[in-house]
Design a protein around this ligand. Sequence first.
Ligand SMILES: [Zn+2]
Length: 294
Amino acid sequence: MFKYLLPSILALASMFAHAQSKAGVEFAIVKTGKTTTLKGMMVSGGGFTTKVDGNFSAILVKHGQTHFLFDSGLGTQVAQQYQQDMPWWARAFFKYEDPVVPARTQLDQAGIPPIDRIFLSHAHWDHASGLGDFPEAVVWAAPEELHVVAHAAPGLGGSWPSQVSLKSIRWQALDFKPQPYKGFDRSIDVFSDGSVVLVPMFGHTPGSIGMFVTVASGKRFFFCGDAVWRADALKDGSPKFWPASLIVDKDREQTQHTIEQMRELVRQDPGLVVVPAHDDTVQAGLGYFPLWVK
Ligand SMILES: [Zn+2]
């Protein structure tokens, strides 16, 4: 009798553990700063009279007792980093407004326990600025993006030495498995329970990644980094304003392929909420840290 009972007890226990870990998943959008720009700069055909805000945010995810970040937003040293590595000709288009409230400051004030890891959507300045503020965390990026990091140089389109070349940063390479997930041919199921899944989204940079999160309520979110700057661009598949794309998208054809992939994803899964890294409309709708989405 026990022989038959044991496997079912084990199965029940594993189901319980699964449900428990899922029950613990929530996230918060840590808005570290913003910039104001003309909508036409962000979306092709967006118009040059409407102004929109672009956020610089880090995503804080809580899984059980673990806290981790997806991107780091603008960090405590952003002014000095910008001064050192942003080329003069780009300063009119790529800027941030004061005040900056770094993720480190916000998390410390709220008494959030140490972050054990940061997943980097890509190594551009507005995502990597805060990495040096979390020396306790291991920073995970796609191998292709670690190559960008290894060749850090001032300018746009790559990564900045002032941000990524710090000795205190412990880099680790993500190892994508040949496990298809929602139309992506490879993925990493971070906690082996399907609650947090990373996918490669190469194009904007050689090693850009995206993150799917299923929170406790069952609601699903997709953090797509900079594959698109605004979620409404997915409705008509419009790319970024072409001069902007020319500057920031490493591989425009691959980026457009990724956009098409995301449009298909949203068509098949209308409940999925796509959260671009800079989209203040979507982010404001979800609310900001210390508010949690669960
Ligand atoms: Zn960005």
